[in-house]
Design a binder for this molecule. Structure first.
Ligand code: NAP
Length: 254
C-alpha cells in the first residue's frame, strides 16, 4: 500500500549514493522532494530526471550541512509542511588511528555527521511538533553499534546518531511525530572514495571479492520505514551484506 503519495520529503545528501537512490524511489512513489547536497550540478540533473520521469515537484538546495546558518536559511525557505526528513548527508575521512589522525578530518566528520544532522533535526522537529505530524529518518551505520580500529571518530559520530535518534524520539514522546534510523553495513557508493580522498584504487579494495550492499538496498529500507502506518515507528534497522558479519568480518572470495 502506498501511504506516501502526495507527501513532501527533504532528503539530504541526495547528489550521490543512498540519498540519490532514496530520492528516486520516493519520486517513483509520488513524493514531492527537496534534495540537498553541496554539488549543485548533480542536484539539478537529478531534479530534471525525476520531474520528467515521475511528474513530481523537486526543489534543489545546494549548501553545506556543517553551516548552521545555511541550514536555517534552507528550512526557512520552505513554505509548505514537510512530512519526512531523511537525514542522510554524511561521510568518513581517513582510517588513521587515534594517535595520528588529523584534527581537520575529525572536525569535518563531527560537523557533518553530528552537527549537520542536529541542525536540521532541530529546525524541522519544531515544525513537525507544532503540526503534530512528521517523520525524521536518520541514516546511521553499523559503526553506530560497534567501533573498529581506524574509525575512532567516524564510529563515534554514528554512535552519536543512534543517541540523537533515540533522544529525539523521547523528546517528541506524546506527539504523532515519528523518529527512525537505518544502520547499513558496507554499501558501494562514493563513500570509500570520499574516505580515501579520491583514491579510487584504495576505495575499490574495500569491496574487492565480496558483494556489498547497493544504495538501492538501503533506499528500499528507508522507503519501507517511511511507508509504515502512522501508528508504527521503526526505531532502527541494521542491514549487512551477506558477506559481512561485523565491521571487521568480511568474507572475500580468493
Ligand atoms: P556518498 O555516495 O558519498 O554520498 C554522501 C552524500 O552526502 C552526498 O550526496 C554528499 O553530497 C552529501 N554530503 C556529504 N557531506 C556533506 C556536507 N557537508 N553538506 C551537505 N551534503 C554533504 O555516501 P553514502 O554511502 O551514500 O552515504 C550516505 C550516508 O550513509 C552517510 O551518512 C554515511 O555515513 C552512511 N553510511 C554509508 C555506508 C557505506 O558503506 N557507504 C555505510 C553505513 C552508513 P555532496 O558531496 O554533493 O555535498
Amino acid at each position: 500500500m502506498n501511504r506516501l503519495q502526495g507527501k513532501t520529503a527533504i532528503i539530504t545528501g541526495a547528489s550521490a549514493g543512498i540519498g540519490k537512490s532514496t530520492a528516486k524511489l520516493m519520486a517513483e512513489t509520488g513524493v514531492d522532494l527537496y534534495i540537498t547536497g553541496r554539488r549543485e550540478e548533480k542536484l539539478q540533473q537529478l531534479k530534471r530526471d525525476l520531474e520528467s520521469e515521475y511528474g513530481v515537484t523537486v526543489t534543489t538546495a545546494a549548501f553545506d550541512v556543517q553551516n548552521s546558518e545555511a541550514c536555517s536559511k534552507f528550512i526557512g525557505s520552505i513554505n509548505e509542511p514537510v512530512d519526512i526528513l531523511v537525514n542522510n548527508a554524511g561521510m568518513a575521512k581517513g582510517t588513521d588511528p587515534v594517535y595520528s589522525a588529523s584534527f581537520e578530518d575529525w572536525n569535518t566528520m563531527i560537523d557533518t555527521n553530528i552537527k549537520g544532522l542536529l541542525y536540521l533535526s532541530r529546525l524541522i522537529s519544531a515544525k513537525m511538533k507544532e503540526r503534530n505530524y512528521g517523520h525524521i529518518i536518520n541514516v546511521g551505520s553499523i559503526a553506530g553499534h560497534e567501533s573498529y580500529p581506524g574509525g575512532v571518530v567516524y564510529t563515534a559520530t554514528k554512535h552519536a546518531v543512534k543517541a540523537i535518534t533515540e533522544a529525539t524520539k523521547k523528546d517528541l514522546h506524546g506527539t504523532k511525530v515519528r523518529v527512525s534510523m537505518v544502520s547499513p553495513g558496507l554499501v558501494e557508493t562514493e563513500f570509500s572514495e570520499v574516505r580515501f580522498s579520491g583514491d579510487k584504487e584504495k576505495a575499490d579494495q574495500v569491496y574487492k571479492g565480496m558483494q556489498p550492499l547497493m544504495a538501492l538496498d538501503i533506499a528500499e529500507i528507508i522507503l519501507f520505514t517511511a511507508n509504515r502506518p502512522e501508528h508504527v515507528n521503526i526505531m532502527d534497522t541494521i542491514v549487512f551484506p551477506v558477506d559481512q558479519s561485523s565491521s571487521t568480518m568480511v568474507h572475500r572470495d580468493e
